[in-house]
Write a protein that binds this ligand. Structure first.
Ligand code: PRX
Length: 628
């Protein structure tokens, strides 16, 4: 490795007690018989009825895992623990941004989920119905998801940082009849008016009949009679507990959730995951990568509204019977030591976060970290975007004090679970996720589909199906084929470019499509352009991502105004605010530049490469396909 010569060797204390001490033999076992490997782990979970085929490949790429097996992921997260010592173990420790603290044992999480499930049933929610969930990081978000899973409803969580149009689009596409939200969410000492955003979105979406509102912030909110109900009022009624705690028996392939994510073109797509395979995948990967032990306190600082939260705040930890910590607010509120203070206070052993958060906290300096005793930490994790070696070393040395291995996990909404990741026993290189998780076969290909040589950049692909893979795009199965399985037939195309070094370590370079990662959040250029286009003064626009020191990337938008509209700084500010209102604060362009035309190919496609070069003052390269 010419650029990064250093290997970081695993800490003996960490591997002494690790589930896996020798990656090579664990990997060979999995690679020699991947189906047997996943089947063995599936057997560690509860199934009401056994499967009769581990992997059904008869209708590629619509793979089926654990065919005809019957289970329910919520049963495995909660009910199974009721018969063991875990009944009284803490499942969740939660701290609000304002200092509120709440804990749930497995017993109380089970009981509260049952109540929530009964309330949903009393509203007529049935197996297969979609329920939209739009909340801040509060325990009720977890309960709502588990309650849906328990009764076989399909949850569609919309990140609480999204706004009116993003929410509307997702409600409408999922045809949800029930929406679960909160009056507001605390964020950096202010209140995000979730209920107001819901009211606006519902003026545009007609499917929703019932809105359940959890009281979190306590300010007055509008409640529409006949439609809106306070959750705590329903939870106090006899229906919540008197209906028993029946868990729906689900087929392994029955949908568990849809989660919208941005792709190359058009509207966000609803990625669909199932009860069986997703359960086996999240359970197994979390167990080995973060080496989960009963006595651990594990903190995934992501938001449950994204896949990281689904797999590794809600399902993975509960399947493993772990104790999770969840925090509502901003990392640096009220001071930049908030996270370090909570790690000390709760004795956190494992911290899993995104490079953008590390870089954001790094800029406040190490004195804030050093005020606190972080000696409980054993493992660290990173996700969402490439971690630059500088941030990696700071995380490793300042936060982990040089003895906590960093699990840099590469994966996607679509993959459901970690795909390229170290295990704690592996030597690490800052900035590399090391190798594919055992049982996962990946490669890097050139334009013609041939594997590239060591250190050459190419398209990152997954060669074989895996249990937690997406099953389809809800209501649009053709798009599964066209988006993921067409470019290199038989292989799943990730949309990322990568290279592999001479030690077989993978290095992710970035997206090769029109997806922009802002602070690790995934946004599509199409969403931003469509929000800009909905402003009365905008004729056309093009959004691109350009590198940013802390956020990884920021959005830069080129805008052509309608005839007669005069460009001004205040109009640029208005347009930014408009995108913030329609899509959400994370989608706000950092800069808006007014132009008279956009570089396009003869077929009318915007040449983002040229815009990117212009925004960064670089050479635009070959312009022979440029129309004008
Ligand atoms: O580009 C890769 C980047 O995030 C994309 C997936 O985004 P999303 O579906 O929102 O899921 C994010 C959390 C799993 C990938 O295509 N990405 C994710 N993890 C890493 C990463 N890039 C580099 N290193 C990572 N560890």
């Amino acid at each position: 490795m010419a650029d990064y010569p250093d290997f970081y060797y695993p800490n003996e204390d960490v591997i002494k007690n690790a589930h896996i001490k020798d990656w090579d033999s664990f990997n060979s076992e999995a690679m020699n018989d991947p189906e047997g490997f996943w089947e063995k782990h599936a057997r560690e979970l509860h199934w009401f009825e056994d499967w009769n085929c581990v992997l059904d490949e008869s209708n590629k790429p619509f793979y089926k895992w654990f065919k005809n097996g019957k289970t329910n992921i919520a049963y495995n997260c909660l009910d199974v623990h009721m018969q063991t010592y875990r009944r009284n173990k803490l499942a969740l420790v939660w701290e609000g941004e304002n200092g509120d603290v709440l804990t749930h044992s497995y017993y109380s999480l089970h009981r509260e989920t049952t109540k929530f499930a009964n309330i949903l049933r009393s509203l007529g929610v049935k197996k297969g119905d979609r329920v939209t969930i739009y909340m801040g990081r509060i325990p009720e978000l977890m309960l709502a998801m588990l309650a849906c899973a328990k009764i076989g409803a399909i949850h569609s969580v919309v990140y609480g940082g999204f706004s009116v149009e993003a929410l509307h689009e997702r409600i409408e596409d999922s045809e949800s009849r029930v929406l679960i939200t909160a009056d507001g969410a605390f964020q950096r000492g202010k209140i995000v008016p979730l209920k107001e955003i819901v009211d606006e979105a519902l003026k545009r979406a007609a499917t929703v009949e019932h809105v359940l509102v959890v009281k979190r912030t306590g300010q007055d909110v509008y409640m529409e009679s006949g439609r809106d109900m306070w959750y705590h009022e329903l939870a106090a009624l006899p229906i919540a507990m008197q209906n028993g705690s029946h868990t729906e028996i689900m087929d392994s392939e029955d949908p568990l959730f849809i989660l919208y994510t941005s792709g190359t073109t058009g509207k966000p797509k609803a990625i669909l995951h199932t009860h069986g395979g997703y359960m086996v995948g999240t359970y197994t990967t979390l167990k080995y990568v973060f080496d989960i032990k009963d006595e651990d306190r594990y903190w995934c600082a992501a938001d449950p509204g994204w896949i990281t939260g689904h797999s590794y705040i809600v399902y993975g930890p509960l399947l493993n019977g772990a104790t999770s910590f969840m925090y509502e607010g901003a990392p640096n509120y009220p001071y930049p030591n908030r996270w370090w203070q909570m790690i000390e206070k709760y004795g956190i052993n494992i911290l899993y976060t995104a490079p953008t958060a590390i870089r954001g906290l790094m800029r406040f300096g190490e004195a804030w970290v050093n005020r606190h005793d972080l000696s409980s930490l054993r493992l660290l994790g990173s996700v969402g975007e490439p971690i630059n070696p500088e941030a990696w070393r700071w995380y490793y040395n300042v936060v982990g004090k040089g003895h906590c291995p960093i699990m840099d996990t590469w994966w996607q909404t679509e993959t459901g679970n970690f795909m390229i990741t170290p295990l704690p026993c592996m030597p690490l290189k800052p900035g590399s996720g090391t190798k594919p998780f055992p049982g996962i076969e990946m490669d890097i290909l050139d334009e013609d589909g041939n594997p590239v040589a060591a250190n050459q950049e190419g398209y990152l692909v997954i060669k074989k199906p895996w249990p937690a893979m997406l099953r389809t795009i809800y209501k649009d199965p053709d798009r599964l084929v066209s988006q993921y399985f067409s470019r290199f037939p038989g292989y799943y195309m990730t949309g990322d470019s990568a290279r592999r070094d001479e030690d077989g370590y993978y290095w992710i370079i970035g997206r090769v499509d029109d997806v922009i990662k802002v602070s690790g959040y995934r946004l599509g250029t199409a969403e931003i352009e469509s929000a800009l286009g909905s402003h009365r003064d905008v004729a056309e626009s093009a959004a691109i991502g350009i590198p940013h020191e802390i956020k990884g990337n920021v959005i830069y938008a080129y805008v052509i105004l309608n005839n007669g509209v005069v460009a001004s700084d205040s109009l640029a500010e208005q347009l930014k605010a408009h995108v913030g209102y329609e899509v959400g604060p994370i989608a706000k362009p950092e800069k808006i530049e007014f132009v008279d035309s956009l570089p396009k190919t003869r077929s009318g496609k915007i040449m983002r490469r040229v815009l990117k070069a212009k925004a960064q003052g670089l050479d635009p390269g070959n312009l022979s396909t440029l129309e004008d």
